[in-house]
Ligand binder design. Structure first.
Ligand SMILES: [Zn+2]
Length: 548
């Protein structure tokens, strides 16, 4: 007997054999039983879920000699002809290659002739959304007032591309993706029929990869079967198709968790050297962290996780927090987008693996603030003694585990300002609690007379303020306010309009951050707007009076 691909061999011949589309099947069967037969059907849904098969079963159900019946006999000449695809009254048209209006006109002419040997003349148009607009218009007239013996069955993966005028004249049925367990069961059945041994995890992987499409699953099954020598195993699949097995990812993650980053990176090198593509590597890591995240959220259904939970050790499952898993998933998703423009995708992957090592220490800003607050509380209440809280050894241990590169969340956390812990009198009296050493802040440099030439030079080099540079007549400082007096009102106004920039330039040559007031020599009226900075009152007191 000639070789037949599994998808064809397992093509359902009855509604009852159609898996995963229970709603569609029961509705159509009821309609046929009650003799409520529409003139146009639209089957929509993803590829490989049974749309065309359903169209053929429906054609048989309507034209079977015992029918119309929900259970076509399969043995009468009509049933046989439809199954073989040579029934003169069931015409299959591929919408993708018959898109023109002429193709549809031919149908319009043909529908005038009644069926030759059957009850109905049935047109099955696959990929109907590919028809041109004029073809749809030509078709519309026929669908509106078809002869009683004409039935259209349209199938499409993109129903939104079918004009509403057509859709509204059809009975619509939406086909769904088939769930993983159903596909796996069908694959197991196919393997049994072919007297092939198939490991459970291997079939799980094929079912997962087919993402809900039965046809894809059977096609992949055939491919795997071709190199499997009558025993399908996941190891063979990983090897032949260049995949990173879950065991390999788990091993790498375990190395990282135990601090053996060198071993983890060596394992990645080995994977790549074995011919696994970088894209595939990233995909598999992404899938792994997605599954861990979903498991963290309490999802246990393997069909959703896409992974068999018992294959991930508990130590890995419990190693990360939700935020850390989110960060890892985000990193790999971004990595996949970025490698297209990368100097070297391999380096990018290595960098990400290296960053994964610090994942367990990643904390969100919220978490850090919360911890700091509780630490502050402990310090104030004397629960923690800063002098003995950490021994030199443990500090060193922590230091060794520091991140080579802080992840984004961490950088954010570092920006959270930490207020010095105030020392209430009661604590100062306790001899056990030593005051926390304040970090030395370098002394700030005030704006002095000697800075004026530098300011003039800076202003001259700044296009928008160059014209006011030589117009400075007087610089004076009173309290926390720096007064710049310009010789003309125009220069004063220009300076006022760019006062923030002026403030920045002054900051560049000194640390003055007080009020800046611009004045005009002719009228000693300050402008309305002032730049205010609350810091450094003391510096202002250093130079009261005129600078020039
Ligand atoms: Zn029949």
């Amino acid at each position: 007997m000639a070789y037949e691909v599994t998808a064809t061999r397992k093509r359902p011949q009855l509604f009852d054999n159609l898996v995963g589309q229970e709603f569609v099947v029961s509705t159509i069967k009821n309609a046929i039983e009650q003799k409520r037969i529409a003139h146009a059907y639209l089957f929509s849904g993803p590829r490989g879920v049974g749309k065309t098969s359903s169209a053929r079963i429906l054609a048989r159900a309507l034209n079977c000699e015992t029918g119309p019946t929900p259970v076509p006999c399969g043995v009468c000449p009509n049933c046989k002809e439809i199954t073989r695809g040579n029934s003169v009254d069931v015409i299959e048209i591929d919408g993708a290659s018959n898109t023109s209006v002429n193709d549809i006109r031919q149908i319009k002419d043909e529908v005038l002739f009644p069926p030759q040997t059957s009850r109905y003349k049935i047109y099955i148009i696959d990929e109907v959304h590919m028809l041109s607009t004029s073809a749809f218009n030509a078709l519309l007239k026929t669908i509106e007032e078809p002869p009683a013996y004409i039935i259209f069955i349209f199938a499409t993966t993109e129903p939104q591309k079918v004009p509403a005028t057509i859709r509204s004249r059809c009975q619509q049925f939406h086909f769904q993706l088939i769930d993983l367990h159903t596909i796996k069961a069908c694959l197991a059945e196919a393997a049994e029929e072919m007297e092939v041994t198939a490991d459970d995890d291997a079939l799980f992987w094929i079912a997962k990869e087919s993402t809900g499409s039965m046809r894809d699953a059977y096609t992949l099954f055939d491919q795997v079967l071709s190199f499997s020598n009558d025993h399908i195993t996941l190891a063979q699949i990983s090897d032949k198709l260049g995949l990173v097995g879950i065991e390999q990812i788990t091993e790498i993650v375990e190395f990282l968790l135990s601090g053996s980053n060198d071993k983890a990176l060596t394992s990645v090198q080995r994977l790549l050297d074995n011919g696994i593509s970088i894209e595939q590597c990233i995909k598999d890591f992404t899938q792994f962290f997605r599954s861990l995240l979903l498991m963290k959220e309490g999802i246990t259904e393997e069909a959703i996780l896409g992974i068999q939970t018992d294959r991930i050790p508990l130590v890995v499952r419990g190693a990360y927090t939700k935020e850390q898993l989110e960060a890892a998933l985000e990193m790999f998703l971004k990595l996949y987008r970025d490698i297209r423009f990368s100097l070297n995708p391999r380096f990018e992957l290595e960098l990400s693996i290296s960053r994964l090592a610090s994942l367990p220490y990643l904390a969100s800003a919220t978490e850090l603030v919360r911890k700091l607050a509780s630490l502050k509380e402990d310090l104030l209440s004397g629960k923690v003694n800063p002098a003995s809280a950490a021994t030199p050894q443990s500090r060193q241990g922590v230091a060794q585990q520091r991140f080579s590169e802080p992840a984004p969340v961490h950088r954010l956390a570092e920006q959270v300002p930490v207020n010095p812990v105030p020392q209430p009198p009661s604590i100062q009296e306790q001899s056990t609690v030593k005051p926390i050493e304040k970090q030395e802040i370098p002394l700030r440099r005030p704006f002095t007379k000697s800075d004026v030439p530098a300011l003039v030079a800076k202003l001259s080099k700044t296009p928008i303020l160059s014209q006011v540079a030589l117009s400075i007549k007087e610089v004076s400082q009173e309290n926390n306010s720096l007064k710049l007096t310009f010789s003309t009102g125009f220069c004063r106004d220009t300076a006022q309009e760019n006062i923030e920039l002026l403030g920045l330039l002054i900051k560049e040559i000194s640390d003055f951050t007080g009020k800046i007031t611009v004045l005009c020599a002719e009228a000693e009226q300050p402008m309305h707007k002032e730049v205010e900075d609350p810091v450094l009152n003391s510096i202002a007191s250093l130079f009261r009076g005129e600078l020039l």
